[in-house]
Design a binder for this molecule. Structure first.
Ligand code: 13P
Length: 253
C-alpha cells in the first residue's frame, strides 16, 4: 500500500463517450463496489450528465468533475459553461488544459491559467494537464515543455494544495503506448520541482497523476514510483469493470 501524505487519485476522463443510460449504469455499479479507503475516485463525465450522476453519487465517496469550463462568470459566450454552472450541477472539480483542449481546440497556457483561477474562485478544484508531444520528446524538448506548461498554467494562480496536476504525454494518449514508469516518474518529479519553484513546500502536498494508456495491467508498476500519485484514465475508464480493476490494482501497492 502506498504510504505518505498524498492520497492516491484514480480519475476517469470519459471525454465525449457513453450514453446517459451507460453513464448511470456505470455509476450504480461503481457505487455498489467496495472502493479502497486509501484512494480518491473521480469521474469526469460529459457535462450534461453531471446533475443526474451527482444525484446517484450523493452520500458516496465518488467525486465528480467537468472536463472543461470557460473563465468568465456569465455573458455572451455562446456554447460555454462557467465554473458556477458546473458547481450548481454537482461538480467539485474541473479538468483544465487537457491536451485535446490544447491541441484540437487551440487553448493556450494563458487561457488555461484563467480557467484555473476561475475554478478556484468558485471553490472548484482544478485538475491541470501538462505534457509533451512526440515531436517535442524526440527533439529533446520534453522538459522544456513541461516547465513552460506548468509555469504558465499556474501563473498568477493562488498557491493551493488541493490542485491536482496530470502529466499526460500526448504520444501516450489513446495510442496504447504508455510512458515507462521510469520516464513517467522522471517527468513527474520534474513537474513537482517546478511547482516547488513556484509554491515552495506545497509541492510536497500536490497530487501529480500520470495519464496515457493506463490499464489494469500497468497501473501497479506506475503507482510504485515515489512521485506518481494516481492516474487520469481515458479509454480504460469507459467500462466499470476495467476502471475498478485499475483502482484496485493501483491501491494495493
Ligand atoms: P487514454 O487512457 O485513453 O490513453 O487517455 C488518457 C487521457 O487523455 C485521460 O485524460
Amino acid at each position: 500500500m502506498k504510504t505518505g501524505a498524498r492520497r492516491s487519485v484514480f480519475a476517469a476522463n470519459w471525454k465525449m463517450n457513453l450514453s446517459d443510460q451507460e453513464a448511470e449504469g456505470f455509476l450504480r455499479e461503481l457505487r455498489a463496489a467496495k472502493l479502497p479507503d486509501n484512494a480518491e475516485v473521480l469521474i469526469f463525465p460529459p457535462v450534461l450528465y453531471l446533475t443526474r450522476l451527482a444525484e446517484l453519487a450523493r452520500g458516496s465517496a465518488i467525486g465528480l468533475g467537468a472536463q472543461n469550463i470557460y473563465w468568465e462568470r456569465s455573458g455572451a459566450f455562446t456554447g460555454e459553461i462557467s465554473a458556477s454552472m458546473i458547481r450548481a450541477a454537482g461538480a467539485q472539480l474541473v479538468i483544465c488544459g487537457h491536451s485535446e483542449r490544447r491541441h484540437i481546440f487551440g487553448e493556450s497556457s494563458e487561457m488555461i491559467s484563467r480557467k484555473v483561477r476561475a475554478a478556484q474562485n468558485e471553490g472548484i478544484v482544478p485538475l491541470v494537464c501538462v505534457g509533451e508531444t512526440l515531436e517535442e520528446r524526440e527533439a529533446g524538448e520534453a522538459f522544456e515543455v513541461l516547465q513552460s506548461d506548468t509555469m504558465s498554467s499556474l501563473a498568477a494562480v493562488e498557491p493551493d494544495q488541493s490542485i491536482i496536476i496530470a502529466y499526460e504525454p500526448v504520444w501516450a494518449i489513446g495510442t496504447g503506448l504508455t510512458a515507462t514508469p521510469k520516464d513517467a516518474e522522471e517527468a513527474i518529479a520534474y513537474i513537482r520541482s517546478q511547482v516547488r519553484e513556484l509554491w515552495g513546500d506545497i509541492a510536497d502536498e500536490i497530487r501529480i497523476l500520470y495519464g496515457g494508456s493506463v490499464r489494469a495491467d500497468n497501473i501497479a508498476e506506475l503507482m510504485s514510483c515515489a512521485n506518481i500519485d494516481g492516474a487520469l484514465i481515458g479509454g480504460a475508464s469507459l467500462n466499470p469493470t476495467s476502471f475498478l480493476q485499475i483502482i484496485i490494482n493501483g491501491s494495493n501497492i
